[in-house]
Design a protein around this ligand. Structure first.
Ligand code: AMP
Ligand code: MG
Length: 408
């Protein structure tokens, strides 16, 4: 297609080139958000024994069953009182009960726990004025976790639930994937950095910061290389600083005006390039290859284009290198609220606002879609994915939307 690589093919090429990095061990309290690098297999059942789900009395159901209780409340002798953390030493015999706390192991002989609210003290020990079904209020051994089961598979990003489970399994350290180091370089004589004296003729280098944040969101470690001038020497020098990293992300310098010398500098550094142009909008000029073992992306300079192309390509690579099992954003279907037309060539990503309306999902654009309008990304909670061949979308048509944030 006129030198443009379809996005699907570009994604396949990028994912093929991105291998997951090695692992490291971290303490459990530092593991939140990290990506698990080992299958977590339960070394024992949880709970490890049948235990009481209530504060109450462990009894033999025979002694309290309904008929008996209706005519006359059951009177049982309390033969032991088991406080929290203790284990009963006695067996529950006929006519007997053991006072038990929530979570305590079930004493031998008992098959039912009567909650304390159904009882009152009596001369004999305890009076049970309301029966429970046989087996009531017992949590069986292994109801949560069974020994030998894979509880959390490798590649899972750890949330509070997984951290709690790892603690149940007594893992004070956990093996996680290393985070990819991503060097970020902005290019262009028109750019000034945030810490430079403000010059009205310059454009603030916003891409480095937006891209750095996107790298962090994808689980990587960003390293800012600053701004390269539009000269081969400056570009080569700055790129060289990033070549120790796992990934290098350039922004600017790959559109028509700069393309030739970026291409020359890449070639001088021994780059093995896979593509230079993508069949998407925004973001046609996108380069990808390998320079001395570092995955190198050249993204367009326009702020929206750099973010959208990061989303579609760099994010996948960073997440795969970081060991994630799932690298794609969630995709939802929503009813489009506007009319949109394009030529049946490139895949489009419109910045969209997903909303719930009367129980169904709708999506509208954020407004003007120019690639320099970064408020379109600020307002968006999704990217509306319009396939290559589509020409027109009408109100009510169902479209696919990549979910960028859960704010809808
Ligand atoms: P380029 O892709 O190098 O032709 O850049 C296209 C346009 O994107 C430039 O005219 C700048 O306005 C803008 N641009 C390039 N790099 C950055 C950057 N790092 N931060 C913000 N805007 C940029
Ligand atoms: Mg430029």
């Amino acid at each position: 297609m006129n030198g443009l690589t379809p996005l699907k093919e570009a994604q396949r090429v990028v994912l093929d080139a991105a291998a997951s990095l090695g692992c490291e061990k971290v303490g459990l309290l530092n593991a939140l958000g990290r990506v698990l690098g080992e299958d977590i297999v339960a070394p024992r059942d949880n709970p490890p024994w049948n235990n009481s789900a209530m504060d109450g009395f462990a009894v033999r159901w025979e002694d309290i069953k309904k008929d008996h209780a209706i005519t006359k409340p059951a009177e049982l002798a309390v033969v032991e009182d088991v406080p929290a953390g203790q284990v009963a030493t006695k067996t529950v015999g006929p006519g007997q009960a053991i006072r038990i706390m929530t979570g305590a192991p079930m004493p031998d002989g008992a098959d039912t726990v009567v909650r304390v609210e159904f009882t009152e003290p009596s001369d004999a020990g305890v009076r049970i004025f309301q029966p429970e079904p046989q087996g009531a209020n017992i949590r069986p051994k292994g109801e949560d976790v069974q020994e030998g089961d894979c509880i959390i598979p490798t590649g899972t990003q750890l949330r509070p639930a997984e951290i709690g489970m790892l603690a149940i399994l007594a893992k004070s350290f956990v093996v996680v994937h290393q985070r990819p180091r991503v060097a970020i370089l902005s290019t262009g004589d028109e750019l000034a950095d945030l810490d430079e004296k403000f010059d009205e003729n310059k454009i603030v280098n916003s891409n480095s910061y937006g891209i750095a944040a996107a790298v962090q969101e994808a689980g990587g470690i960003p390293l800012l290389l600053g701004i390269a001038k539009d000269t081969p020497a400056s570009l080569k020098e700055k790129i060289s600083h990033g070549l120790g990293c796992d990934v290098l992300v350039l922004s600017g310098g790959v559109s028509m005006g700069d393309y030739d010398f970026t291409k020359a500098v890449f070639a001088e550094l021994g780059a093995d390039m896979h593509f230079w142009k993508l069949a998407i909008r925004p973001g046609q000029p996108v380069a990808f290859g390998k320079i001395q073992g570092t995955l190198a992306f050249g993204l367009p300079g326009n702020p929206v284009s750099s973010m959208v192309t990061f989303e579609q390509l760099v994010r996948l690579a960073v997440m795969k290198m970081g060991g994630y099992r799932h690298v794609a954003r969630p995709v939802v279907q929503a009813a489009f609220q506007e009319t949109f037309s394009k030529r049946p060539d490139r895949r489009h990503f419109l910045r969209g606002i997903l909303e719930h309306h009367d129980g169904r999902l709708t999506v509208r654009t954020t407004g003007p879609q120019g690639s320099g309008i970064l408020t379109s990304m600020v307002k968006a909670n999704g990217l509306i994915d319009i396939p290559e061949e589509v020409e027109t979308i009408n109100p009510g048509d169902i479209v696919q939307v990549q979910v960028l944030s859960q704010n809808f």
